[in-house]
Design a protein. Sequence first.
Length: 277
Amino acid sequence: MTTVASDRRNSKDSPAQAPSEVGALLRAWREERRVSQLELALRADSSARHISFVETGRSKPSEEFVLKLADHLDVPVRERNALLLAAGYAPRFPQTPFDDPAMDGLRAGLERLLQGFEPYPALVVDATYQVVAANRGIAMLLDGLPEDLLVPPLNAMRITLHPRGLASRIRNLGEWRGHLLHQMERQIALRRSAALRALYDEVAAYPVADPGEDTAADGEVYHFALPCRIEHEGRVLSFVSSISTFNTPMDVTVAELAVETLLPADPATVKYLQSRG
């Protein structure tokens, strides 16, 4: 409350001026989230007048107030650093490379998590779906794909949607492709990532062959989630996807990691994977 009150006092006698860089950025995030100045003010224990002064440059927000607004607007960690820089403050969140020794504990924990999920497939991807870790279940699904598609760094979206990749084996490709593209669209809206937009444009332009009718087994009904039905060695395996991220991340790299696990969607898939060990 002390910080906000101080910001209010500073704004009363400030002359009108052009929107500041941080003000323009905050306004853009607010409008993208479809939040009014009044609603944001109520969330941040401030006033609509003060939010307006910050956005127009009549008031310089404190470092903590910038972070408070960013939190209530669900601004990604990477972009919170950009807001702080625009307001004249130092970045708060480091970006540690995933292979840095400081990440040893995190990498070891993720490896144990992926191994513990075997024989079911699981992987870890970054903000642009680059695969940073995967287990043997994923290796099984990728077995037999063209070698040029498997040259590191692997990208989960490219591998899945490329016509010579997993797309050629996915029986319900139309549904699954639509789900993945919609997922990317949500991420682009959240993160405003040029790299993610470029990836989306690339994979959305891949030619899509007519996979024919997806014929599930008689009586097979999925009520809880859309399955990915993928051919493997003459049989069709069914999976539903679950994605996990880190709570309250304090590092840009960690904030952008996601763990995706593929859960068997039917007893036949469970039996087959367990038989392979």
